[in-house]
Design a binder for this molecule. Structure first.
Ligand SMILES: [Zn+2]
Length: 672
């Protein structure tokens, strides 16, 4: 019996033979891939020849060829089209893959070869890219503790294991608190709520086994409730419960866990020779060090706070006009802000939606890529993993560039959110490999399928990530496409969103689903004008969280994180009617794992660049300026992680970005 995952794929463009792969094929293929990987690693580590770039670093790049192929298929399917078997396989594979990666970084003979090459790098006559890959490989081993010995090494292993357990507990406690709270609504309580909120509350009630509608602590329900419910008492109750997640006392309280995590992170950083966890974490990011992050956040904080304070006055006046005395409270902000939005911007979703047909927005994303980079898209008739997924061949001047797969509709088997992944990454080492890139979204189906404006932005965002993969032009797979610093990776995606805001693009593609008429200019202008609405609030709640995250990790770990959080907010002069976007006991970005710890600022760091990068087009003559597009491709979209992010950006722009374009984009340039 043959396993299609282990065969050579004789398919168009080497696409996985989805129609022949069965779930039962994954586990044996994964075993075979790990075995092949182990054999390859052992051969490199035990090679009697002295270490060379080719027999060590390049060989390491190629060691996981089969694993990359099997995992590339499996994890795409597990995310977008799951089932109980695939969920079980995910649980089975996680510890195996993590053990495999520890085995590699703990392989002393292997690290000795890499370290030897690193010490001799000046005599090796490496290309610029090879030296970069050697540097990154050496750094990643060192950061995993490969250079530690004896007790320090044993302690690091202990600390990492304990941190993994604490991260899982933090997440599970949070889920439990979110699951356990509901607020039933009587028919009278529904007054003033729009239909879609009532529907969502009824659906939530049904799911929780209640007779009638309920409010839950899910962001997608509680936020619209806070926006629309005229019942101040209910808003207060909901807001208090929402912000108490993870600090309700008892078995699910996260405060002690947060304290222990911060202490262990500091110890981990010190074992590895760093003065703080933030210093360790930011070393590999574009920001480089905590001070650079703090400088950016504080530049944004002051004008955002000024704007928010001015807005608070307006909203408080509206509260008083409603006959309520006293101060504007956090449970009032969204409600009065929504009223003000309706009065000032007069935008309603129902009027906009017919102009954002999914097909037209896909066409718009392709058309912009054609005008900017000369890419062409041709639908492919190939077997994919789900009937809703579609494929296109991407070419330029007749030459093959990539296969792009778009999988746009929500379904029960898909996890929430939107993402871009490469089923196969671009590289040249060991053969010229062109990428297979997937965009997955969760748009509602319909005939025709209509998007909200936010959905359309998401489509452009993910397509920006896809361009970063598709235009990649590097030799080594480990630095291909989106393999860049976390605070740089959102640049191509957030930048691409700007083209959806170009009036000319809207005029060409945002046409009424039934009449085909372009969007009336007045509606278009109202849409574009509303973009910066309530940015003071949004910026303040985000930056406050980012600064608390940074303070936690920059310097000695606080014994009492809640007191430290309060201190940071007091120092900042946090407006009383705005809460943090994520407070410590439910700050999953920071405590559920390591991904965004002392890294919550990353979104804003990328935004500084995307705003400034789009300005480069405007300055050069317009959003489709050919020479600027060529530079964007040469220095950023094709370059992957081949150089440090600041070098890439400077090569593109001639200088590093200032914060001015971001402030302008958020409508905060005139505040403060
Ligand atoms: Zn993104």
């Amino acid at each position: 019996m043959t396993n299609p995952l282990l065969e050579t794929w004789d398919t168009p463009f080497g696409l996985p033979p989805f129609d022949r792969i069965a779930d039962g094929d994954f586990a044996p293929a994964m075993e075979a891939a790990l075995e092949e990987g182990r054999a390859a690693i052992a051969a490199i580590a035990e090679n009697p020849e002295p270490a060379s770039f080719a027999n060590t670093v390049a060989a390491l790049e190629l060691a996981d060829a089969l694993l990359d192929r099997v995992a590339g298929v499996f994890y795409n399917l597990a995310g977008s089209t799951s089932n109980p078997v695939r969920e079980g396989l995910q649980r089975e594979f996680a510890p195996k893959l993590s053990a495999y990666s520890s085995e590699i970084t703990n392989n002393a003979a292997l690290f000795a070869r890499i370290d030897d090459l690193w010490q001799r790098r000046d005599q090796l006559e490496l290309t610029e890219e090879e030296e970069r890959v050697l540097y990154l490989t050496h750094r990643s081993f060192a950061r995993s503790g490969a250079a530690l010995e004896g007790a320090a090494r044993a302690r690091l292993t202990e600390v990492k294991a304990r941190l993994a357990v604490l991260g899982t507990e933090f997440t599970q406690n949070l889920l439990a608190d979110e699951r356990d709270w509901t607020m039933p609504l009587s028919e009278a309580d529904l007054e003033g709520l729009p239909g879609f909120v009532i529907d969502a509350a009824r659906a939530a009630g049904q799911e929780k086994g209640h007779e009638g509608p309920v409010v839950t602590l899910s962001r997608s329900l509680i936020v619209p409730f806070l926006q629309f419910s005229p019942r101040r008492d209910l808003r207060e109750r909901a807001w208090r419960a929402w912000t108490a997640r993870g600090r309700n006392g008892g078995a699910t309280d996260n405060r002690a866990i947060a304290a222990e995590i911060l202490t262990l992170r500091e110890e981990r950083a010190r074992l590895l020779g760093y003065e703080s966890f933030a210093a360790y974490k930011l070393e590999t990011e574009m920001a480089g060090n905590p001070q650079a992050v703090r400088d950016l956040l504080m530049r944004v904080w002051e004008p955002a706070r000024a704007q928010a304070m001015a807005d608070a006055e307006r909203l408080e006046a509206m509260l008083h006009e409603d006959g309520i005395n006293g101060a504007l409270e956090p449970w009032d902000w969204r409600y009065y802000s929504e009223k003000r939005r309706a009065a000032e911007h007069d935008l309603n979703e129902a009027e906009l939606k017919p102009y954002f047909r999914l097909e037209a927005m896909i066409e718009a994303a392709f058309d912009c890529a054609n005008r900017l980079f000369g890419l062409e898209f041709r639908p492919l008739d190939v077997a994919l993993y789900h009937p809703d997924a579609r494929a296109w061949e991407v070419t330029r001047k007749g030459a093959h560039v990539a296969v792009f797969i778009g999988d746009y509709f929500a379904r029960g088997s898909k996890r929430s959110g939107a993402w871009c992944s490469a089923m196969r990454s671009q590289k040249k080492l060991g053969g010229d490999v062109r990428p297979i890139v997937v965009n997955v979204c969760n748009f509602a189906k319909g005939d025709p399928a209509l998007l909200s404006y936010d959905d359309a932005r998401t489509l452009f965002h993910e397509f920006g990530h896809a361009l970063h993969q598709m235009l990649s032009d590097v030799t080594h797979g480990s630095i291909s496409g989106t393999s860049v610093a976390r605070d740089f990776v959102e640049l191509p995606s957030q930048l691409y969103e700007h083209w959806l805001e170009v009036p000319e693009v809207l005029d060409r593609h945002a046409r009424h689903a039934e009449t085909g008429a372009p969007m009336p200019p007045a509606l278009r202008d109202r849409l574009l004008a509303a973009r910066t609405y309530d940015m003071g609030f949004q910026t303040v709640e985000y930056v406050a969280s980012a600064l608390v995250d940074l303070d936690f990790h920059d310097g000695p770990a606080p014994a009492d994180p809640m007191a430290a959080e309060a201190e940071t907010l007091a120092r900042l002069g946090m407006p009383r009617a705005i809460g943090m976007r994520h407070a410590t006991p439910h700050f999953a970005h920071v405590f559920a794992g390591d991904g965004y710890s002392s890294g919550y600022y990353s979104y804003m760091w990328s935004e500084v660049m995307d705003a400034d990068a789009f300005d480069a087009f405007e300055e050069a003559g317009g959003p489709f300026d050919a020479e600027t597009a060529a530079r964007l491709e040469q220095f950023i979209l094709s370059a992957g992680g081949s150089r440090e992010a600041d070098q890439l950006y400077t090569a593109f722009r001639g200088r590093m970005p200032g914060v001015e374009a971001l402030l302008k984009g958020r409508g905060l340039d005139k505040a403060a």
